[in-house]
Design a protein around this ligand. Structure first.
Ligand SMILES: Nc1ncnc2c1ncn2[C@@H]1O[C@H](COP(=O)(O)OP(=O)(O)O)[C@@H](O)[C@H]1O
Ligand SMILES: O=P(O)(O)OC[C@H]1O[C@](O)(COP(=O)(O)O)[C@@H](O)[C@@H]1O
Length: 307
């Protein structure tokens, strides 16, 4: 069973307008939606659609926190959050005809007491894998994630910022940086696929058994204990990439959870992400045809890096 931990959940407000308004103008639209969001929560949404048992936990507060919990329950996603006094944040994505703008709030301040309660909550749900995803709210540092990783005999995967990846000290089964996070985590520029291969191998030496790096339209690479794999992205009509990384991670973890090989897991992640980028926001598309699409994901072992 996979427990996802979102320390800083969000209500995702996604709206579409043809162009950004000029100064003093008002843009009006009837194309807007709100979804419960935050990286761990999104992973749980996709895991449920993939038929993998999961519970979403983390820290929520006030009426936006209530919205997150209620809408997960309505969607049939098991959830068990720690409630605090501060207010869960509202994150906005504005889609125009040719651009995507994201505005993310910092979120409410969280104290050590909430983390104690969160550790009890995770333990009560008896996971074999814990996924910690998203930014840290004010008041918490990377040590909060290390505490979660060390608190039980579960495996821990992380989808966190590059600065946090650099600072974590515990052992992790997997991390999922994107290009920018790879650059920050390794403190090196990432200008080519070779730079990515070098960076994921560096991250392995920093305590991550597997590194799945998402590279947008260039697909994804996975550093495994046996070598490197590159999967090209599937061709699809891209509506927006909100939740793309979360869906890639869910596809990988769902496959690993059922005992698939690393290569099958990478194929699964890329096949799931291709479906998710073709729908708006973090809407969950039907994912029942993912098993039939695995073979169409082109996977190679990059030379001369394969061991
Ligand atoms: N333009 C695209 N075409 C096809 N697949 C895409 C595209 N952009 C993203 N994806 C898929 O979504 C995955 C995650 O996207 P990415 O933007 O790298 O993640 P993140 O949301 O973490 O920044 C990619 O590895 C790829 O499989
Ligand atoms: O915690 P962060 O880094 O601010 O990100 C939170 C946001 O990212 C999302 O999880 C989407 O993630 P991606 O677009 O990176 O896949 C949103 O649901 C949420 O609003």
């Amino acid at each position: 069973m996979i427990v996802t931990v979102t320390l800083n959940p969000a209500v995702d407000h996604t709206l579409a307008i043809p162009d950004l308004p000029e100064d003093g103008e008002i843009a009006r639209t009837d194309d807007a939606r709100v979804d419960p969001g935050g990286k761990g929560i999104n992973v749980s949404k996709y895991l449920v659609e993939l038929g993998t048992e999961t519970t979403a936990t983390g820290i929520t507060g006030d009426f936006l926190g209530q919205f997150v919990r209620d809408s997960l329950t309505e969607k049939g996603i098991d959830n068990d959050f720690v409630d605090i006094e501060g207010r869960t944040r509202l994150n906005t994505t504005i889609l125009t005809a040719d651009s995507e703008y994201k505005i993310n709030h910092d979120g409410p301040a969280v104290n050590g007491h909430a983390i104690e309660t969160l550790l009890e909550t995770i333990e009560r749900n008896d996971p074999d894998t814990v996924v910690v995803g998203g930014s840290l709210p004010p008041g918490l540092g990377p040590d909060a994630i290390d505490r979660i990783a060390r608190a039980g005999d579960w495996q821990t995967a992380v989808d966190v910022g590059g600065d946090v990846l650099r600072d974590l000290d515990a052992s992790y089964t997997l991390c999922k940086p994107n290009r920018e996070e790879l650059a920050v985590a390794t403190d090196r520029p990432i200008d080519s696929l070779e730079d990515c291969y070098d960076a994921v191998e560096r991250l392995q030496t920093m305590g991550y058994d597997r590194v799945v790096a998402s590279l947008g339209a260039d697909g994804a690479i996975m550093a495994t204990p046996d070598g490197l794999l590159h999967a090209a992205a599937l061709e699809t009509t891209v509506v927006d990439t909100v939740g793309a990384g979360d869906s890639l991670l869910a596809g990988v973890l769902a496959a690993l959870e059922r005992g698939a090989t690393d290569e099958e897991a990478l194929r699964s992640g890329v096949a799931v992400a291709a479906q998710v980028v073709s729908v708006p926001g973090t809407t969950v598309p039907p994912l029942d045809d993912v098993p039939t699409r695995l073979e169409s994901v082109p996977v190679s072992s990059p030379e001369p890096f394969s061991r």
